[in-house]
Ligand binder design. Structure first.
Ligand SMILES: Nc1ncnc2c1ncn2[C@@H]1O[C@H](COP(=O)(O)OP(=O)(O)OP(=O)(O)O)[C@@H](O)[C@H]1O
Ligand SMILES: [Mg+2]
Length: 360
């Protein structure tokens, strides 16, 4: 009796934290060692070094509400192993990278790069091995966001990724001086550059490689969809209607090439005035939620429009690193684990062939 109560409480708290409808049975095991002494083994398919402490508190609080329950001892064993999503047939694989996640949007300036960097750092803080590929060949932002001014070293013809804040990264911005920004490159050159940055970088054992996508549905997106074994995509949006229309294009594009959509992040969702505590939905309300429903996607989280986010990025010390215990950092962590959990739940072999797509 007690065993099933504890198990269902754990599942309830985890399902609510991860906004999943159900928690797989094999994620947890409860053993009664002797009269009312239990060991709870939690083996989750994603890293959760930090956030599980909050979940543990929530579970204990939930259990404490049940007066009939007798627990004389509860030993927690949290374990994690990141599953690899199998590369689709036909794509050139990166054996040392378990999962490739594209962070995309239809419209520019919605905060993809900022979200990518902070999510990467949140995943790393949870214990995952993370890399960032800046796929914005025309306007790379990761060097500024990560505060990296050095150039990468070469090993033979391969590039050694830059390592900062525990995250590996590669960007064309590390290789070119700003005056050389290749704004006039044509499609094939851009596509070639992206593939080189991805395949000629010596990524060191990664659980997740996050790809910071440029806006729109152009050559870079095509290359990515057709040539790179992407495990899943996340769409960043603001609640503005126009942004949503643009985002629909990106959603459709990923759907056409059968890249699983892991969810939507609504950025600059509301403004929380630090002086008067008023919360204002500047760009309209719940656009991300609407879009998530319309496309049957999960809303992974909503982030405020906040000066600290911008300031931290401008300074090259993203907020997740600058304020590791802050409220907004917490939001990035929640989004990061929801994303990782969804990817793991989809980790069953994906039999996806690379489709030819037409971008409208
Ligand atoms: N939640 C936020 N609160 C305040 N400022 C933000 C937030 N998210 C992003 N910004 C700021 O908005 C600007 C655009 O963000 P970012 O460069 O991440 O967008 P993007 O979608 O990657 O743009 P692009 O399409 O040009 O690649 C940056 O100055 C960034 O610091
Ligand atoms: Mg960007």
């Amino acid at each position: 009796m007690s065993v099933s109560i504890i198990v269902s409480s754990v599942k309830k708290v985890l399902a609510s934290a991860l906004t999943l409808s159900a928690i797989p049975d094999n994620w947890l095991q409860l053993i009664e060692n002797k009269e009312n002494h239990y060991t709870l083994n939690l083996s989750l398919p994603f890293m959760h070094d930090k956030i599980h402490r909050l979940w543990q508190q929530d579970i204990l609080q939930d259990l404490s509400k049940n007066n009939t329950l007798k627990i004389n001892g509860l030993e927690w064993k949290w374990q994690a192993a990141v599953a690899a999503t199998q590369a689709p047939m036909g794509a050139k694989t990166l054996p040392q990278v378990k999962n490739i996640i594209a962070i995309a949007s239809g419209k520019g300036g919605v905060g993809k790069s900022t979200v990518t960097t902070n999510l990467a750092l949140a995943l790393a803080a949870e214990g995952a091995r993370v890399g960032i590929l800046d796929a914005d060949i025309y306007g790379p932002n990761q060097p500024n966001l990560l505060g990296i001014t050095e150039k990468p070293q070469l090993q033979g013809k391969a590039l050694i990724p830059m390592l900062k804040y525990g995250v590996q990264s590669m960007s064309i911005g590390y290789l070119l001086d700003s005056v050389q920004t290749p704004v006039i490159w044509r499609g094939p050159m851009v596509s070639g550059a992206l593939q080189q940055l991805l395949y000629d970088t010596l990524w060191h054992e990664l659980d997740y490689l996050l790809i910071d996508m440029p806006p729109g549905t152009g050559d870079i997106q095509l290359t990515l969809a057709q040539k790179v074994p992407v495990s899943g995509a996340v769409i960043v949006t603001t609640p503005q209607d126009l942004a949503l229309l643009d985002v629909q294009k990106a959603v459709n594009m990923f759907k056409k090439v059968a890249v699983p959509l892991l969810g939507v992040v609504e950025n600059m969702s509301y403004y929380h005035c630090p002086k008067c505590q008023h919360v204002d939905a500047i760009f309209g309300e719940a656009g991300g939620k609407q879009m998530a429903e319309q496309f049957e996607l999960d809303l992974l989280g909503a982030l405020p429009l906040n000066t600290d986010i911008r300031r931290a990025c401008d300074a090259g010390v993203p907020l997740v690193v600058a304020a590791p215990e802050g409220e907004i950092t917490q939001l990035y962590h929640q989004i990061a684990v929801k994303l990782a959990a969804r990817l793991a739940l989809r980790a069953a072999p994906m039999k996806r062939r690379f489709a030819k797509i037409v971008v409208e």
